[in-house]
Write a protein that binds this ligand. Structure first.
Ligand code: G6P
Ligand code: MG
Length: 213
């Protein structure tokens, strides 16, 4: 019996996944190699520094720790520039309606994101007040696929992990949800999100029967 839903942010509530991709691609190109959308799948849900490690590996580039921090900051500045103009119009279809339906059914809702930019984004799309709990990249020590972010979400909501449904667009996020002992709903491609308990193609398919299984 489901008592709470935990939502990933980037690529689930709002399509910031495309902005992360553009900023990483710009960094890769500046470092002299190409970065495709397929490469980008591995970065989704992963923390900023771990994403950078994956990207540098792809380009066969070795740099010292200080340079890594500078590169990550550079990417984040480009990313923040891209999200600075964001408003409510970028909330993905049916997301707000679905969350309201959940609330009317007495289901608690939380955000579980690896992003340190979570509050900036939620404030720009005016959704901060929608959530009973917000666990973001500043509150966790281990990124997805570690279950920490979702376990902290369940704890903040006062529910057990097996009473939670997670909504995720990333392979690492589905793994994190399963590692937390939660029901995982993937939003996107079935091939990529194969470990999910259920996959829907996009947010238009968010309906209450998903959690009434
Ligand atoms: C989310 C995104 C990742 C991103 C990570 C860290 O999980 O899916 O693509 O790298 O957050 O985001 P940040 O905004 O802190 O760099
Ligand atoms: Mg995501």
């Amino acid at each position: 019996n489901i008592k709470a839903c935990i939502f990933d942010l980037d690529g689930v509530i709002v399509d910031t996944a495309k902005y992360h991709y553009l900023a990483w691609k710009r960094l890769a190109n500046e470092l002299g190699f190409d970065f495709t959308e397929k490469d980008n799948e591995k970065l989704k849900g992963v923390s900023r520094m771990e994403s950078l490690e994956i990207l540098l590996n792809l380009g066969n580039i070795k740099v010292d720790e200080e340079t890594k921090l500078k590169l990550a900051e550079k990417k984040n500045n480009w990313y923040r520039e891209l999200i600075s103009k964001m408003d409510e119009s970028e909330i993905l279809p049916r997301v707000k309606e679905f969350i309201n339906e959940l609330k009317n059914s007495n289901i608690k809702v939380a955000i579980g994101s690896s992003s340190k930019n979570t509050m900036t984004i939620l404030n720009s799309i005016k959704m901060t007040d929608f959530f009973d709990a917000i666990i973001d990249g500043n509150k966790i020590t281990k990124a997805k696929p570690d279950p920490e972010v979702f376990l902290l979400g369940a704890e903040a909501l006062g529910v057990n992990p097996n009473e939670c449904v997670v909504f995720e667009d990333a392979e690492s996020g589905i793994k994190a949800a399963k590692n937390a002992g939660m029901y995982a709903v993937g939003i996107g491609s079935k091939e990529i999100l194969k470990e999910a308990d259920k996959v829907i193609p996009n947010t238009n398919s968010l309906t209450l029967d998903i959690i009434n299984f």
